[in-house]
Design a protein around this ligand. Structure first.
Ligand code: ATP
Ligand code: MG
Length: 162
């Protein structure tokens, strides 16, 4: 499903490479943890998978990056985003809305889905992620809610991806 083959990447504004000869094969249903020293290239690998490299972060890229049959560097980023969702280190930085239901609907709205389908997906995301303990307001400055921010971001990505 996610396949990196002999990938090398150097950011344009950097004098040295960020990744050297990385190969990786992730199959459907697998949960993979990338770990390693700070600066070893974990975030750079995720940017290759979601297409931010080379569409946003430019540089010298060799090797192949394929996700769900797509050749990521050659696809438009909006096409990649139909299959790949990212939750950032600070999820708050990627929220657009003031309440969770609107936030969950946001990605689907962006894709122009019919209202009925959006409602279905939002309900499904809320139910399947067992939100009984979740409060609808995400911008409360409370630790309990704060720990749920990545949960909201994850659900938003899941509800829009087909
Ligand atoms: N936008 C950028 N422009 C130039 N160089 C970058 C950029 N982002 C990362 N790098 C460099 O690429 C290398 C890999 O960085 P990356 O952020 O992928 O590492 P990381 O494993 O995610 O680190 P951390 O654990 O600190 O998050 C580092 O040398 C870093 O300085
Ligand atoms: Mg990182």
């Amino acid at each position: 499903m996610i396949q990196l083959s002999n990938v090398n990447f150097k950011y344009n504004n950097s004098s040295r490479g960020a990744l050297y000869d990385i190969s990786l094969d992730i199959h459907k249903g697998e949960c993979v943890l990338l770990c390693g020293d700070s600066g070893c290239g974990k975030t750079t690998v995720t940017r290759l998978i979601n297409g931010l490299i080379p569409h946003f972060y430019e540089g010298e890229l060799t090797g192949s990056v394929r996700v769900c049959g797509m050749n990521v560097p050659e696809e438009e980023i909006y096409t990649v985003s139909r299959k790949v969702g990212s939750v950032f280190q600070n999820p708050r930085s990627q929220f657009f809305c003031l309440d969770t239901s609107s936030e969950l609907a946001f990605g689907c709205e962006n894709l122009g889905m019919p209202v009925e389908q959006i409602n279905e997906r939002v309900k499904y995301a809320q139910k399947s992620w067992n939100w009984k303990i979740f409060w609808t307001e995400i911008y409360l400055n409370c630790p309990v809610v704060k720990s749920k921010e990545s949960h909201v971001a994850l659900c938003q990505r899941c509800s829009r991806i087909s």
